[in-house]
Design a protein around this ligand. Structure first.
Ligand code: TYC
Length: 102
């Protein structure tokens, strides 16, 4: 048997940090039809008709509306995909992302 003793580290700090979330933001414009905005919100963000309508009207009135929060990668993918769906139809509709304040 060896005399060597192994001293455990005094402090083992548990890793509890969660990945930071990013907001997906819907931006108003003067050209995209309301109904199309609702359709995109329903399809890309799995919202009910009622939720989608409320989010669309908030962006319409205030200029922007937070749609949802996700881990960074997910937020960016969804924002890009929703914006591209609008481009394919020739609309200037824009979704952006930004980190959520903690
Ligand atoms: N302002 C648009 C209209 O009156 C509708 C709209 C709402 C467009 C929200 C974009 O993010 C938006 N047709």
């Amino acid at each position: 048997m060896s005399d060597t003793t192994i001293k455990p580290r005094n402090e083992v700090k548990p890793k509890t940090e969660r990945p930071r979330l990013h907001k997906v933001i819907l931006v108003n414009d003067d050209y995209t039809p309301r109904e199309f905005v609702v359709t995109v919100l329903r399809a890309e963000f799995r919202m009910s008709d009622e939720q989608a309508y409320r989010v669309m009207m908030t962006a319409h009135r205030r200029g922007v509306c937070v749609v949802a929060v996700y881990p960074k990668e997910v937020a960016e993918t969804k924002a890009t995909s929703a914006t591209e769906a609008a481009r394919r139809r020739g609309y200037p509709l824009l979704f952006t992302t930004e980190p959520e304040e903690t």
